[in-house]
Design a binder for this molecule. Structure first.
Ligand code: SF4
Length: 453
């Protein structure tokens, strides 16, 4: 079997890290990662299975790639495969591969290669319940981000079991990676010249809590910081109800940790939060936001709001809209509740009521997004224009003295970007630039020094 593999990654940053690990496993077996599906002998579609629209996108992507290269072997991997491994009606896939034990990809490839010899052609299904504790399926050497940036996953699964969320169903209960593995991986990334490490998990603050019910995140962050190097850290996803306030001081005293906080509150109506399995409320979340801002005036805060959850009333919506106006987040993502099998909230409503809730949720989502769009551009204008920042250049706009990059306030894939005017800027460079304006959710900047490339 000649060995060109094409990988299409869907879903979240955690899925991307899995894709990078799978590429390493294949590379160690002599495979070559190709960027054109037409050149591949094997195509891996690394799926997302979180909510219905994501599942649809995964299946549609699979078939559109299959049309582009009907002769290749196809593996459907990722969350959709893990969630429905044994009842995924997709005979077009040569293998269904879950994501709880990535080293088991070797088993899939072994079986595929064996089948090539025997001419046998049954669908391979590999979706182990738990990872092989001894495997070191953690290493990567190809990062699928833009040059200079990488994700560092510190744990898998989640023990919060929020009532609407299918992630614990898919990824299992919380499994924190061993600290030495994380530090080794960070050392590799720093040695590779990575300038920005985005630390990810379902909830960073839950790191190590399954060991002794204590969060070991600050210890880990402190050890990561002690590695030194010309690298900055960004923290993505901290559950608001378990937010470690001592983190604020840590960020204040450690300049290579961006003052960037992604704290998904989901809602503020107490009865809904309790039904979701959460303990906060509007006042608690507002005081957390104010506490961060009081100590870190340059702090950037992102959140997530879910609308249309069973039992949500017009008053609840008014309450969360009011909260959004008060909190004035820098970035906010908004979703409509998706009724997910095997989750605690599934039986709260029937399909008919869910359809009605989805309609109301969509209307409320539009209203929150309209309000947030105003807030985001006002905050970009009042906080960033006229200041100078380090910009991590990600891509050059062909034929122009323009490049796209990000400053500390802009996380990969989810926030706006910074368009920088300047010559000879290369992806992976960190350049000083002055912000001269706002364009929608993006910043316009001009480089302050000449780069002779
Ligand atoms: S904390 Fe996040 S990943 Fe965990 S169950 Fe809640 S929503 Fe899902």
């Amino acid at each position: 079997m000649s060995k060109n593999v094409y990988l299409e990654n869907l879903g979240c940053a955690k899925n991307q890290v899995d894709a990078e690990v799978m590429l390493k496993i294949l590379k160690d077996r002599g495979w070559t990662h190709v960027q054109e599906v037409g050149k591949a002998d094997l195509v891996i579609v690394n799926t997302c299975g979180f909510i219905e629209p994501a599942r649809e996108e995964s299946v549609n992507t699979f078939f559109s790639l299959k049309d582009l290269n009907p002769h290749a072997k196809f593996i459907m991997s990722g969350c959709l495969s893990q969630r429905y491994a044994h009842n995924l009606d997709l005979p077009e896939a040569d293998a269904i591969f879950g994501n709880r034990d990535l080293s088991a990809l070797n088993k899939v490839i072994d079986e595929m290669e064996a089948e090539e010899k025997t001419g046998d052609d049954h669908q391979i299904v590999v979706a182990p319940e738990y990872p092989d504790p001894d495997d070191d399926a953690y290493k990567r050497d190809e990062i699928l981000n833009f040059t200079g940036s990488a994700f560092l996953k510190i744990s898998e699964g989640c023990n919060h079991w929020c009532s609407y969320c299918a992630i614990p169903v898919i990824r299992g209960s919380l499994r924190s990676c061993a600290k030495f593995q994380i530090l080794d991986e960070a050392k590799r990334l720093i040695a590779h010249g990575i300038k920005e490490i985005n630390i990810i998990a379902q909830d960073l603050a839950a790191y190590g809590t399954e060991w002794d019910e204590k969060s070991h995140f600050l210890e880990l962050l402190s050890d990561l910081y002690a590695l030194g190097g010309d690298v900055k850290y960004r923290l993505l996803y901290i559950h608001p109800d378990a937010f470690p306030v001592e983190l604020i001081d840590f960020v204040k005293t450690h300049e290579r940790v961006f003052p960037y906080f992604d704290i998904p509150v989901q809602h503020v109506a107490k009865h809904l939060l309790r039904s979701m399995g959460r303990t906060g409320d509007s006042a608690t979340y507002l005081s957390l936001v104010n506490k961060i801002r009081a100590s870190l005036p340059t702090a950037v805060i992102r959140t997530t709001i879910m609308l249309g959850y069973p039992g949500e009333t017009e008053e609840d919506f008014e309450e969360v809209l009011h909260f959004v106006k008060q909190a004035r987040f820098d970035w906010l993502g908004c979703f409509v509740y998706s009724r997910e099998e095997d989750t605690k909230a599934y039986d709260l409503v029937d399909e008919k009521t869910q359809k009605e809730n989805e309609k109301a949720g969509a209307r409320r989502k539009a209203a929150i997004e309209a309000e947030q769009e105003k807030i985001t551009s006002e905050r970009l204008e009042e906080r960033f224009v006229g200041n100078v920042y380090d910009v991590l250049i990600e891509e050059k706009i062909e034929g122009e003295d323009l490049s796209i990059g990000r400053i500390y306030s802009q996380a990969p894939d989810v926030d706006g970007a910074t368009v920088v005017m300047g010559r000879n800027l290369l992806p992976g460079m960190v350049v000083k630039a002055g912000i001269r304006g706002v364009n929608g959710v993006d910043l316009d900047a001009v480089v302050l020094e000449d780069y002779n490339g």
